[in-house]
Write a protein that binds this ligand. Structure first.
Ligand code: NCD
Ligand code: ZN
Ligand code: ZN
Length: 441
């Protein structure tokens, strides 16, 4: 199939927008024409004898397909929360073309068969590229290492027990040494269980006001510090999940300055919301790590700006409405993220002038590709044709009833945002477009 995207606004790496015409053939970007070339003539010249699908991207931003290295697709085992089909559809609608899914399914992705099942279902669902992580320990119980060799052979791209922290330091050290010997990364949910028993929100204003036990910042940072020392000792590529505290950032900054191979990610909600924004005992504001203080929020923003935190991920974590209705203390942790991530960050940081558009796009495309050595995340001749067309103008109100994900658990309901993805292209195929949705409706 041949696809011709004309009049696209493309970033040049230096935060300048240039008009380009993008010619796609055989899954990759074959030509990148400058905007002063006549699109109609190019079509005649290069499209002779071919069936060419045209997309007019006039006035729209076209970026490399967005990449989300931390998501929960829930299948197998929790299909009432999400399936690989609904999760990837939601990702496509959010402009994502590659996503990496966490192993806290049922069964846990701690064996080669489950890795293969995820990959098969993803190929079948067909929306976006799915990269599975495998568990560090069997059943994510922290007692026994999984078979790293078999998991890597089956297609796992890294090891993580996301959902829980690995409590035992020796276990983590063994995992890191083994992963290092296989040139695989260890991705860590940092949480010391002994410090968080029975808590559902962060230690801060909201917990005090409602008489709730709080999750302290040290519960995250203690693991970050421990793991940095273990990463230094083993030489592994250590990646910190959903960083949310000033203390963790301080440690990561120090580790990077002395050459430890550490990278880190942050979620939109930890960049935009603090515990002081929580309106009441509503579990759509409950996630792990919890919303921290405004001071932590500012530390996260600055860490992303100065490169201490490398990338943005959503930690898309759908739960059913019944589960979330159990209230702040009993409901499971997690909020959905795919369909609001880019508009939230564009509206809150680019529209306000704090970030360049280039910075936001890089942290969601080329930077994750760099950190995880992916072939995608670039818009250039010869690159895989994974692209996202984004409308930076139209305002739209967040309405969870229109989400493609099964999860409606978001704190951003009714927020008015700009920067909505319009068309998502994976390997030269349109996997989602606003028009198709609109005309179907
Ligand atoms: N982030 C969350 O609040 N929840 C995640 C688990 C996790 O990412 O630790 C989930 O699986 O629901
Ligand atoms: Zn986690
Ligand atoms: Zn997660």
């Amino acid at each position: 199939m041949t696809l011709f995207i004309k009049n696209a606004n493309v970033l040049n790496g230096n935060n300048e927008l240039k008009i380009k015409h993008i010619w796609i053939e055989n899954n990759s970007i074959k030509h990148l024409f400058t905007g002063d070339q006549n699109a109609a003539e190019l079509l005649v010249q290069y499209g002779a004898g071919k069936e060419v699908t045209e997309i007019d991207a006039s006035g729209k931003l076209v970026t490399p397909g967005l990449i989300d290295m931390h998501v929960h697709l829930r299948e197998p085992g929790f299909e009432h929360k999400e399936t690989i089909a609904t999760g990837t559809a939601s990702a496509a609608k959010g402009g994502f073309t590659t996503i990496a899914c966490m192993p806290n399914t049922r069964p846990v992705t701690d064996n080669a068969d489950t890795v293969k099942l995820v990959l098969d279902k993803a190929a079948e669902a067909g929306s976006v590229k799915v990269l599975p992580y495998a568990a560090i320990t069997l059943n994510e119980l922290g007692r026994e290492l999984t078979d790293f060799t078999a998991l890597k052979a089956a297609g796992a791209i890294g090891f993580t027990d996301d959902g829980v922290g690995v409590q035992n330091a020796q276990m983590m050290k063994n995992a890191m040494a083994l992963a290092a010997s296989m040139d695989m990364p260890v991705i860590a949910h940092c949480e010391d269980d002994s410090l968080v028993v029975g808590a559902s929100v962060s230690e801060g204003e909201f917990a005090r006001k409602h008489g709730l036990k709080g999750i302290p910042n040290e519960s995250e940072a203690i693991h970050v510090g421990r793991d940095i020392l273990l990463a230094e000792a083993t030489g592994v590529h250590y990646h910190v999940c959903h960083v949310s505290t000033e203390q963790s950032i301080r440690l990561i900054r120090l580790a990077k300055s002395i050459g430890v191979k550490v990278t880190a990610e942050v979620c939109p909600h930890h960049l935009i919301l603090s515990d002081e924004d929580i309106p009441g005992m509503d579990a759509n504001w409950k996630m792990n790590p919890p919303l921290r203080t405004p001071r932590d929020v500012e530390a996260c923003i600055q860490a992303l700006e100065d490169g201490t935190i490398d990338i943005i991920v959503t930690d898309h974590a759908p739960h059913s409405e019944e589960e979330k209705a159990k209230g702040m203390e009993l409901a499971p942790f997690g909020i959905v993220g795919f369909e609001t991530a880019f508009p939230l960050l564009y509206t809150k940081f680019v529209k306000t002038g704090r970030w360049s558009l280039q910075m936001l796009v890089d942290r969601m495309t080329s930077d994750p590709a760099k950190v995880f050595r992916l072939p995608t995340g670039r818009l250039e001749q010869g690159a895989p044709a994974d692209l996202t067309v984004i409308d930076l103008e139209t305002e739209q109100v967040v309405d969870p009833t229109t989400f493609a994900t099964k999860g409606k658990n978001t704190p951003f309901t009714n927020w008015t945002l700009q920067g909505w993805p319009q068309t998502t292209i994976v390997d030269g195929q349109v996997v989602w477009s606003q028009e198709a949705t609109a005309s179907k409706a």
